[in-house]
Ligand binder design. Structure first.
Ligand code: NAP
Length: 337
């Protein structure tokens, strides 16, 4: 029988940094599933930096959120009611109707996941698009070769912390990471195996990067853009490769940030700058997921989560993520009485 569920709507398009008043928390009714449909009770929902772009008017690389409507995003949950033979009640599934407690879905809009490989939440992080983004960027977009020096920005975050470890597995001789604050910088070297860590809040990232990499860098995994991208261009070796994965330093900007001043160096150094969208690399999941699950099991890959409890905290979790409140993947865990 239909029952109620709580969900987050976009109430206003943020100007600059989003604020709580840009969102509204709404109660709604979940109908019974029709033929071929299921109702999923979400256990974890993901909050991600790309959602900031979806709050703006106009398309980013994914359609905008509509004003006054429930937001979407990755989630993992348990099938609660089913009218689809292939998806029995009790299955653990991933889908794209996050930001809510219960979701009504067609069976072809969800995937059953194997919780014997890793806990369900891992499918929103290291075994989901987070891990796949890191893998695809280092395998395809800016391929790492044996002996390379690799620089990863946003290195204590979900994608960056995995990328640093995968760069090493792919043969990098030296892996340098940047993150905000001394505790995160320490975690990069002590926990994720980076050779050097730069706390970008401590001053000029360009000077600090060239100090950490006197031999230059061969691959830059860009999560941040802005001054980090400029520093990488200035430090890059001949035939260097840059994967343009994210540019979070500008996501709340109200005016276009200036372009990287060192871009002309890309000419003489024959640097490749290549944008990537994980959606183009779904085919790599078949090789990556079992491999990453095996590395998680043998302890050679570490994936952290920062978990905030309660669907009512989802906006706070998102705002905190955008300010660096997470280490590893930021997740919201849902609880039901
Ligand atoms: P995340 O790194 O876990 O979280 C975002 C982090 O960004 C924060 O923890 C914060 O860490 C950092 N940050 C915020 N403002 C910053 C600033 N002004 N300068 C430097 N760092 C700043 O998020 P994620 O999900 O792993 O995503 C990382 C990047 O990858 C994002 O840019 C995202 O858009 C991108 N991405 C792209 C794709 C794709 O297909 N292209 C897919 C997934 C993610 P600090 O405390 O270190 O500042």
């Amino acid at each position: 029988m239909p029952f109620s569920s709580r969900e987050w709507h976009l109430a206003a398009r943020p100007v600059g940094e989003p604020k709580p008043a840009d969102f509204s928390f709404v109660s709604t009714t979940v109908p019974d599933p029709g033929p071929g449909q299921v109702v999923v009770r979400n256990d974890f929902v993901s909050v991600d930096p790309y959602m900031r772009g979806r709050m703006n008017e106009g398309e980013s690389y994914i359609p905008q959120f509509e004003l006054g409507e429930v937001m979407t995003g990755s989630a993992v949950g348990t099938v609660f009611a089913s009218q689809a033979q292939a998806i029995p009640v009790g299955s653990t599934v991933t889908h794209f109707l996050g930001w809510r407690e219960y979701a009504l879905l067609d069976a072809d809009a969800l995937q059953i996941v194997d919780t014997s490989l890793a806990p369900a939440s891992a499918y929103l992080g290291v075994l989901g698009t987070t891990g796949l983004t890191a893998w695809a960027a280092l395998k395809d977009t800016a391929p790492v070769k044996g002996g390379d020096v690799v620089f990863v920005s946003g290195a204590a975050g979900a994608v960056g912390s995995v990328a640093g470890q995968l760069a090493r597995k792919l043969g990098a001789a030296k892996v340098i990471g940047s993150a905000g604050g001394p505790a995160k910088a320490q975690r990069l070297t002590e926990h994720y195996g980076f050779d050097a860590a730069l706390d970008y809040r401590e001053g000029d990232i360009g000077a600090r990067l060239s100090e950490a990499a006197p031999e230059g860098i061969d691959v830059y995994f860009d999560n941040v853009g802005g001054d980090h991208l400029d520093a990488a261009l200035a430090t890059m070796n001949l035939n260097g490769r840059i994967a343009l994965v994210g540019a979070i330093s500008g996501y709340n900007a109200t005016e276009l940030p200036p372009g990287p001043a060192h871009l002309p160096l890309a000419i003489g150094k024959r640097i490749t700058l290549r944008g990537m969208n994980v959606g183009d690399h779904a085919h790599l999941a078949d090789e990556f997921v079992p491999q990453a699950a095996a590395w998680l099991k043998d302890g050679s890959l570490v994936a952290d989560e920062t978990v905030i409890d309660g669907i009512e905290q989802a906006v706070d979790a998102f705002l905190s993520l955008m300010r660096g409140g997470n280490t590893g993947k930021m997740l919201v865990r849902l609880q039901y009485s």
